[in-house]
Design a protein around this ligand. Structure first.
Ligand code: NAD
Length: 299
């Protein structure tokens, strides 16, 4: 299939390469020269601009930083809706539900099939083609998108109508952000009480307090050798990206009237962590930050 791929950053580049590996004719575009060069150096074909990339494409995949980039890429005069007639549209960026629905409505009005299909699994999952995709859109759009998503991921879920993929992503990441703080706080308290970290880990992993952040991604060095905590919190999933997702979740909560007090507090804690200079590190660095903090400084 002729596929245009817009956004060849940390996630988009390996995703586009996996589509290529699956036999698709991929044409990539990214306005950042280093991103475009990275794709070309890995064997990918690049286009000089978005219009050239999407011309004649049967499918267009976008992996862009935020809602404003997605709106511009699809709706601007030089954008996808104007230049890729009939193409299947897949937006895998993490963006606000409102923009996802707005772009999907414009696409539907112009006769396009579109899914919002944000991902979970990070750069490692993008490289290994093991991402989870949560897709929102009509059944027909999802059926068209699924084979392409399968070339980039392992767990492909149709979450519901347009915007449902973004809704699922925001709920998951709000829970992840809260869960990571919970795991970090338990480890900090254990340290201060003189309880050996490995003992706490061994007990909690098969007890009612177990959560993914502790058992698969332990924020304190030691118990999970593959976790970023053992390599000075090189991401992984950066604090800045977690803060972005928690902020989107808070916007969604405010817009829908959902009570999410822990989500709000988690957003404040990650904002303080980012302000302390840890934004580019893995979000599990919240353990080290809390371990160094005095109780009254963060309550
Ligand atoms: P990134 O900043 O590395 O890449 C985004 C790329 O989009 C950049 O290279 C930028 O130049 C390009 N871009 C901007 N406007 C464009 C346009 N109009 N046309 C083409 N390209 C354009 O970001 P990333 O880490 O690859 O993340 C992409 C998206 O995936 C974000 O929405 C992010 O929240 C989400 N996400 C990231 C991760 C992760 O671990 N990095 C995990 C899950 C989801």
């Amino acid at each position: 299939m002729r596929v245009a791929f817009l956004g060849l950053g940390n996630m988009g580049r390996p995703m586009a390469l996996n589509l290529r590996k699956a036999g698709h004719d991929v044409r990539g575009f990214d306005p950042a020269p280093e991103a475009a060069q990275g794709f070309a150096q890995a064997g990918g074909t690049t286009a000089p601009d978005a219009v050239a990339a999407v011309a004649g494409a049967q499918a267009v995949v976008t992996m862009l930083p935020a809602g404003k980039h997605v709106r511009a890429a699809y709706l601007d005069a030089g954008g996808i809706l104007a230049h890729a007639p009939g193409a299947l549209l897949i937006d895998s960026s993490t963006i606000d539900v409102g923009t996802a629905r707005e772009v999907a409505a414009a696409a539907a009005a112009a006769g396009f099939d579109m899914v919002d299909a944000p991902v979970s699994g990070g750069v490692g999952g993008a490289e290994a083609a093991t991402l989870t995709f949560m897709a929102g859109g009509t059944g027909a759009a999802f059926a068209r998108a699924e084979p392409l998503l399968r070339a980039m991921g392992r767990n492909i879920v149709h979450a519901g109508e347009a915007g449902a993929g973004q809704a699922a992503k925001l709920c998951n990441n709000m829970l992840l952000g809260i869960g990571m703080i919970g795991a970090a706080e338990a480890l900090v308290l254990a340290d201060r009480l003189g309880l050996e970290r490995q003992k706490l880990f061994d007990i909690v992993k098969s007890s009612s307090g177990a959560n993914w952040s502790l058992t698969n991604y332990c924020p304190a060095p030691g118990p999970v050798p593959t976790a970023p905590s053992n390599r000075d919190y090189v991401p992984g999933f950066a604090v800045n990206l977690m803060l972005k997702d928690l902020t989107l979740a808070q916007e969604a909560a405010a817009g829908s009237g959902a009570a999410t007090p822990l989500g709000a507090h988690a957003a404040r804690l990650y904002a303080a962590l980012a302000e302390s200079g840890e934004g580019p590190r893995d979000f599990s660095v919240i353990y080290r930050w809390l371990a160094a903090a005095a109780r009254d400084a963060v309550h």
